[in-house]
Design a protein around this ligand. Sequence first.
Ligand code: NAP
Length: 274
Amino acid sequence: MSSSPSSRPTALVTGATAGLGAAYARSLARRGHDLVVVARDVERLESTASALRTEFGVEVEVLAADLSDRAALQRVADRVGSREAPVDVLVNNAGFGLRQRFVDGEPADHERMFDVLCRAVMVLSRAATGAMVPRGRGRILNVGSVAGLVPGGGHYSAAKAYVIVLTETMAGELRGTGVSATVVEPGYVRTEFHARSGMSSGGTSSLSSRIWLDIEDVVDASLEDLFAGRPVSVPTKRWKAVSAVLDVVPRRVVSSVWNRMPSGAKRRHPTAGE
Ligand SMILES: NC(=O)c1ccc[n+]([C@@H]2O[C@H](COP(=O)([O-])OP(=O)(O)OC[C@H]3O[C@@H](n4cnc5c(N)ncnc54)[C@H](OP(=O)(O)O)[C@@H]3O)[C@@H](O)[C@H]2O)c1
């Protein structure tokens, strides 16, 4: 793995080959960052890296890793924590959904979800703070979801709630260190997420087009909040309003409304905004 000899800051983005992660990588490259791109599919990583180098003239390292694999995750953590080739911005973005209730499905799928959505975020955030705090600077962006505010969206909601609370906790602990942590809580964004989770047909395709967020709006708003050091980012006014309501309505009320919804609707939209 080559270290970046350039004077540009370096951003490491997990899940950088598709959807939000690819958009974060492009936007950070446009803002003058060298990149470390992480995902499982090596060919896709190489073509993503090559496109970024050509379009933005930045350096791009490819780090193939399945974040549900502990040894692979440790390799990514070692890169995040490198003293010789510092990572200035960490974007914990990789993720996926499960179109099923928590009590259904295979235990292995739920363990993989926990490992990628929670464990990897925790391990990489710790590696980042361990390296960034002594340097007195650094930015960590964790991708949560509005679903993390809804008890009832299966394991996914619980995992995103973990990401939200962990990031807000980090933000408080990091105050005054020069390092900041931000959680972005997007609503629905058109990416590969829904098809990969088996939610594309008869599911999210039936959602009103007004509910969908523009991917660039999500990335621009959350990077602005990240670089301003804000702990929470909810892109767009519409989803800010949804989030504000979910913040004040008692959890038991949200849960009871959700549980009274027709089971078909719950199955189609298990995460109420991924
Ligand atoms: N789309 C939405 O509506 C929405 C809304 C709110 C929040 N989010 C969150 O946004 C994040 C990005 O989702 P997306 O919508 O952009 O999904 P996406 O288009 O399916 O992209 C997922 C990315 O994560 C990588 N990835 C998946 N599993 C991985 C693993 N085990 N190890 C390493 N990389 C892995 C994928 O690459 P490989 O397959 O090559 O590994 C891919 O680059 C997720 O955390 C998701 O929960 C999405």
